[in-house]
Design a protein around this ligand. Sequence first.
Ligand code: PSU
Ligand code: MN
Length: 306
Amino acid sequence: MTALPLRLSDEVANALADGSPVVALESTIITHGMPYPRNLETATAVEAETRRAGATPATIAVIDGVIRVGLEAGALEGLARARHVAKLSRADLAACIARGETGATTVSATMICAHLAGIDVFATGGIGGVHRGAETSFDISADLQELAQTPVTVVAAGAKAILDLPKTLEYLETLGVPVITVGQMAFPAFWSRDSGLTAPLRMDEPATIAAAHRMRAALGLPGGQLVANPIPPEAEIPAAVLAPLIAQAQRDAEAHGISGKAVTPYLLQRLYELTQGRTLEANIALVLNNARLAARIAAALAERTV
Ligand code: PSU
Ligand code: MN
């Protein structure tokens, strides 16, 4: 049998052995979602925020063919500074490991690795989804299928607003993925609090979200949950401000023939330029907010006494 190259940091291994709360964090947001050095500052701040909120952070990446769960400062900095790091989803994970290579994990690959390590809760910025024009491009993020298969509760500020959000919600419904908003019925749109769409479920208490997570397992249902946590009001960029800029970024992507894995990083970078950096500030605020909520959900899951 092939040995599983999975290495937990001492801190994460101890927390899991104790049954204390652990929150998984992804690495593609560091390598492909934000520019250096803000990416490194953000990754460090998200880990600190997770600790402050009472959970152990476990940032996940593949380094030299080993799945690392919990990165020490040097490894985090190496990833943040590196250029042309591979972006790993479910499809790429085994090949990267087998070749002894390094790659950043997207939501889908992070869910797989978190589950292998025994971590139930994961915080990110915004999940991938159905892209605009998917009816011709067929561009649908592997994140959605992963939510249908892997039992990890993912806290995000909705799906990224560069996507086709109505189609993303339809697709999640088809796949049987619970979409749960917190504090409001409106499905949030990443940099904005309200997408104009109503979410199928609302749960304001971390304990309820934790109970629903356990109940899926008890029912024998595969897959996780998407917890859609709106960006804090003071950090949001109104959807009306962003709409024309997202359309512009979309046109630019088409004009430059951007496709495949490059689409999301290109659109995020283009919106950063078109908003003079405002989207990055909002992205940082929403990730911190998601880490806080994820820590509370992980704490509620860890509280079980029997
Ligand atoms: N959240 C962010 N920024 C990001 C991402 C999430 O705030 O860059 C990453 C995640 O890794 C997610 C990926 O899985 O974007 C989606 O990529 P794609 O659309 O190619 O599936
Ligand atoms: Mn894609």
